[in-house]
Design a protein around this ligand. Structure first.
Ligand code: PMV
Length: 347
């Protein structure tokens, strides 16, 4: 049996300007542009191996060792697009094996809890698309591939790039201009760090697709957010990233997280993603920034209670030390305790 295979990894990306709302559910076209930071390959990531063979009799996916369905419209849309592009490659060179006609076996593994508000579907679809694109030796660039990943999960389009990434919403009905582009590589701002506080690794309450639908249909505040607030922030945040202006970047990030959770609360019935621990983290970060007299840390929360804290490496001990003082009884802190035990306490 001849098996062709290729592997790829895609890290999680954490939005600093949130995507929330679809104007086309099937194509995953957003109601606003968004910006994110893709974590490094060493942090949270999905590793995917895609194989195909004339001897496989159906498409299959194993996620973290468990057989999962590939039947969803989203997965099917990604596979159909990738096979279509492979057909074009095969049409140009008759000698190539007809991989587009073979069934695929996909093995994927996350090194973090799935569906806990940690953007697992983003890394998952990005790794799937990039592994199959590699297997098929597709000539398309990352922005082109991002349009395919977008059909799997909107935010997945941003995980195809490292570093600071914008998802331009586009305005075409067919979504051809709704794609991810690089704002700056991670090397542009290597001292930017993200700490992820896993407040809970339970599966999230309201999945993002139904949550977005509820918000778009019922929140009055939402219209203000997508027409007035986000377009301005989109430009300001790109500028702050290019200028490595942490204070501005941090302010915009926190405000946008709050704005996103505000439209969730303004949905009817309301959607709650933050819990009491999340709110304590918010207060703590504001207290820290006040005490410092400048903004040295920013929080952001996706569709779940887990916090992501952005800070500059230079302030690592201050930021992690503070969090340690408050949450040291929580599992997972042992490895930091050595570094932070000598830090100032905030009362
Ligand atoms: O791509 P989805 O459908 O998982 O939605 C992601 C939504 C947020 O994580 C809350 C925001 C974002 O831009 O990633």
């Amino acid at each position: 049996m001849t098996i062709f295979s290729a592997s790829s990894t895609a890290p999680v990306n954490i939005a600093t300007l949130k995507y929330w709302g679809k104007r086309d559910k099937l194509l995953n076209l957003p109601t606003n542009s968004s910006i994110s930071v893709t974590l490094s390959q060493n942090d949270l990531r999905t590793l995917t191996t895609a194989s195909c063979s004339a001897d496989f009799d159906s498409d299959k996916l194993w996620l973290n060792g468990k057989l999962e369905s590939l039947e969803s419209v989203r997965s099917q849309a990604c596979l159909a697009d990738l096979r279509g592009l492979r057909e074009k490659v095969e049409a140009k060179d008759e000698s190539l094996p007809k991989l587009s006609q073979y069934k695929l076996h996909i093995v994927s593994e996350n090194n973090f809890p799935t569906a806990a508000g940690l953007a697992s579907s983003a890394a998952g679809f990005a790794a799937l698309v990039s592994a199959i694109a590699k297997l098929y030796k597709l000539p398309e660039d990352m922005s082109e591939l991002s349009k395919i990943a977008r059909k799997g999960s909107g935010s997945a389009c941003r995980s195809l790039f490292g570093g600071f990434v914008a998802w331009e919403m586009g305005d075409l009905e067919n979504g051809e201009d709704s794609k991810a582009v690089e704002v700056a590589p991670l090397s542009h701002w290597p001292t930017m760090k993200a700490a992820i506080l896993v407040v809970s690794d339970d599966k999230k309450d309201t999945p993002s697709t139904s949550g977005m639908q509820q918000t778009v249909a019922t929140s009055d505040l939402f219209q203000h957010r997508i027409t007035e607030v986000v377009p301005k922030r989109f430009e300001e945040m790109k500028k702050a990233i290019l200028a490595k202006d942490f204070e501005k970047f941090a302010e915009l990030t926190m405000k946008d997280s709050n704005s996103f959770h505000a439209v969730c609360l303004d949905s009817y019935p309301p959607i709650f993603y933050l819990n009491d621990t999340s709110k304590q983290v918010i207060k703590l970060i504001h207290r820290l920034n006040e005490q410092e007299g400048k903004t040295i840390a920013a929080y952001t929360f996706d569709a779940g209670p887990n916090a992501v804290i952005y800070y500059d490496e230079i302030n690592e001990k201050k930021v992690l030390g503070l969090i340690y003082n408050y949450f040291s009884q929580v599992a997972g802190w042992e490895k930091y305790s050595k570094d932070v035990s000598t830090l100032d306490k905030i009362e």
